[in-house]
Design a protein around this ligand. Structure first.
Ligand SMILES: Cc1cc2nc3c(=O)[nH]c(=O)nc-3n(C[C@H](O)[C@H](O)[C@H](O)COP(=O)(O)OP(=O)(O)OC[C@H]3O[C@@H](n4cnc5c(N)ncnc54)[C@H](O)[C@@H]3O)c2cc1C
Length: 425
């Protein structure tokens, strides 16, 4: 179980809410400060997304390292942290990933108390549908692997799925729904609140969150890092952690590292609000499509990558058309809904579909990336393990396998199931 984290000052509570409500809301403090950069920090984290802020929070809270800055090129949370579809789950197949993501889910389960912030964790269940006998076999294998490792998994048959979700096109001639693998503890969390909660908690411990501070260079003295060049001047640092998701290879290149990572666009969509319809997260195995309903009533959905490298954060029309088609073949009633918004984020894809949290060959420089489609659910454990790695100069047991040198050594954690040579599939 996660270790106990010290409570923070200036707590939010029902009593505070009542007090502020009847006294004109004049006592609330800024959730985090807007400090000027210091000349030097013990640790600089590049990237004010969930992972960077969680790392700063755990550095300060768990390891007592408070002379820390998080540097972020715009406002915090405008990267993938604020663009994702908010799904949290730990239904992975391979032990290296299952261990890590299950630890993350456990941290999610206590996160609101630890941060003293409502991040709206909702364990409404995550159901991955299967459409053929071979997909059922794969689901059984995954479910068994999860249960052996102490993770909750339930195989549900077609009739049970029909009873749970009567609006699904169960008898689609191409993709009949034969059943699904349910993780009851999976669900969603409010992505923006996660960013704000970690930022506030880190700030309360003295971490400087430096917004509008883009890193333009990483300064080295021979084999060790000495600081970062930024749009707000040079900032010295004993240790520098990179947690910039889709920009990982670009930022690592500033230190002379070339990473086995590709940057791709991942789109998401939200519909107009409707009455409660979908009470869990559903993944459609046949076409890589997933959907859930937000607390405001909109249906939020997404699917595959656009399929070409880009940093545009916009996404393109062929994938929009394809996803709408897949969505309607799973829930025909979707065709009657209007899509309100569409957006895209930059996903840092590794060839085996697994992330890395590790040291580098450059002394004092650490890497956190390769989150592919799924880094939101990893946010707490990623921060926990990255903070540990930076503080102790060695991996935590949960990220011991998640090092980037596995690509050099051919030691893939092939969660994607594409084998060691995905280009040859
Ligand atoms: C459309 C979409 C849907 C997704 N859905 C899910 C989901 O349902 N579940 C799930 O688990 N995951 C999901 N993901 C993945 C998830 O959002 C990411 O893996 C996760 O948010 C990565 O967090 P991060 O903190 O590493 O990156 P980010 O939140 O992107 O933060 C990195 C930050 O670094 C900053 N930065 C970049 N370069 C620099 C620089 N030079 N100097 C300073 N700052 C810099 C960026 O501005 C950014 O704010 C989704 C992603 C997308 C795009």
């Amino acid at each position: 179980m996660p270790a106990r984290i010290e409570p923070i000052a200036d707590r939010y509570s029902a009593w505070r809410l009542l007090k502020e409500g009847i006294s004109g809301n004049r006592g609330w403090k800024q959730a985090w400060r807007k400090p000027e950069p210091k000349a030097r920090y013990d640790v600089v984290i590049i990237g004010g997304g969930g992972h960077g802020l969680a790392t700063a929070h755990y550095l300060a809270n768990v390891h007592g390292i408070t002379n820390v800055a998080v540097v972020q090129k715009g406002p915090i949370g405008l990267g993938n942290g604020g663009r994702n579809t908010t799904i949290v789950r730990s239904n992975y197949l391979l032990p290296s990933n299952t261990r890590f993501y299950e630890y993350s889910l456990k941290l999610w389960e206590g996160l609101e108390q630890d941060l003293n912030y409502n991040v709206m964790v909702s364990q409404r269940g995550q159901l991955s549908l299967f459409h053929s006998d071979s997909e059922r076999d794969a689901a059984v294998r995954r479910g068994n692997s999860m249960r052996i490792q102490g993770v909750d998994a339930v195989l549900v048959d077609g009739e049970a799925v029909r009873a749970m979700l009567p609006f699904l096109a169960m008898d689609n001639p191409m993709f009949p729904i034969l059943g699904g693998l349910l993780q009851p503890r999976g669900g969603t969390a409010r992505h923006d609140a996660v960013i704000w909660g970690f930022a506030r908690a880190a700030d309360r411990r003295g971490v400087d969150i430096l917004e509008h501070c883009e890193v333009t260079g990483i300064r080295r003295d021979g084999g060790r890092v000495v600081g970062v060049e930024t749009t707000r001047g040079f900032i010295g640092a004993r240790k520098v952690g990179i947690a910039v998701a889709g920009n990982t290879s670009r930022v690592a290149a500033m230190a002379g590292l070339r990473l086995p990572v590709e940057s791709h666009l991942l789109q998401a969509f939200v519909s107009e609000a409707i009455k409660p319809l979908i009470n869990c997260v559903i993944s459609f195995g046949a076409g890589h499509f997933y959907i859930s309903q937000t607390d405001r009533g909109g249906l939020i959905f997404g699917g595959d990558l656009d399929g070409y490298n880009s940093y545009s954060q916009r996404g393109n029309l062929p994938l929009v058309e394809r996803l709408m088609g897949v969505g309607v073949s799973m829930i025909p009633a979707l065709s009657r809904l209007r899509v309100l918004r569409q957006w895209a984020g930059i996903a840092d894809m590794t060839m085996d579909g697994s992330p890395f949290i590790c040291r580098t060959l450059i002394e004092g420089l650490y890497l956190n990336g390769g989150w592919c489609y799924g880094g939101f659910k990893a946010t707490p454990a990623s921060g926990w393990c990255f903070a540990y790695t930076i503080a102790k100069d060695e991996p935590h047991p949960f990220n011991a396998d998640l090092t980037i040198d596995r690509f050099l050594e051919g030691r893939m954690i092939d969660e994607r199931g594409a084998g060691p040579n995905p280009w040859a599939q």
